[in-house]
Design a binder for this molecule. Structure first.
Ligand code: DC
Length: 222
């Protein structure tokens, strides 16, 4: 038996930070599904494949070997045994990842991998389509949101801390484009599941969001 908490929301809504803290506090395994799409996007760049060469991108997704180690300092990501933790967050990957993740067959393959990662475990899984598509029967379903200005501000600050060189305007435009693309996908589009609880984080601190989510999970777990 596994216990599954699904957290969906747009880029910069706080999913990543909040999910890791909740996972640590409640002893859940944290699965960041964006990593799987970012790894495919990184490999597309490494192999110099054009974004319209869908067949080659699907081949990459079929053969990709991803390993994610949850550590107290964050996830360490290996792609074909090479540590790509930093590379998957680069400006170049961030620019193309939403488009790569829009390819239907890529989604089928990654969703399959994500379901396998959660098999028989107690997990908190974050993404865009966890509560609507990957685990529509998740035990707890949450949608995190925030205004686009607040999300861009947060992502800009986070990038600075990680030495990712992007201006605020670049971050804002990237988030806006990704929102549009993520919401209009044929499969796995970003949307609120009917039975998800929406938490607007615009005016909340990270601690307040973490507390809110822990309360929601505790009530459901009883
Ligand atoms: O959460 P993130 O920014 O690392 O996600 C990167 C991209 O991957 C995002 O633009 C949309 C896509 N994604 C998705 O389509 N479905 C998911 N479950 C997770 C991410």
């Amino acid at each position: 038996m596994s216990f599954i908490v699904g957290i969906d929301g747009p880029a910069g809504s706080g999913k990543g930070t909040v999910t890791k803290r909740v996972a640590n506090k409640l002893g859940l395994i944290n699965i960041d599904t964006g990593i799987t799409y970012r790894c495919v996007a990184l490999e597309v760049l490494k192999q110099g494949i054009q974004l319209d060469d869908t067949n080659k991108i699907i081949e990459i997704a079929k053969n990709i070997k991803i390993k994610i180690d949850n550590t107290p300092n964050g996830d360490i990501v290996f792609l074909d045994d090479i540590n790509v933790t930093q590379d998957i967050r680069s400006k170049e990957v961030t620019k193309i990842v939403s488009q790569v993740s829009s390819i239907k067959e890529v989604r089928f393959l990654m969703v399959d991998m994500q379901r396998k990662l959660a098999e028989g475990k107690n997990v908190i899984m974050e993404g865009r389509d966890i509560c609507t598509y990957v685990f529509p029967n998740a035990d707890v379903k949450i949608y995190l949101d925030a205004s686009i200005e607040e999300r861009a501000k947060r992502r800009f600050k986070e990038n600075q801390e990680k030495n990712i060189d992007m201006t605020y305007e670049e971050v804002y435009e990237n988030i806006k484009k990704r929102d549009e693309n993520d919401k209009s996908k044929e499969i796995g589009a970003l949307k609120v599941a009917e039975d998800s609880i929406v938490v607007d984080t615009t005016n909340l601190t990270i601690d307040e969001v973490v507390e809110k989510i822990i309360d929601i999970i505790r009530i459901k777990r009883k």
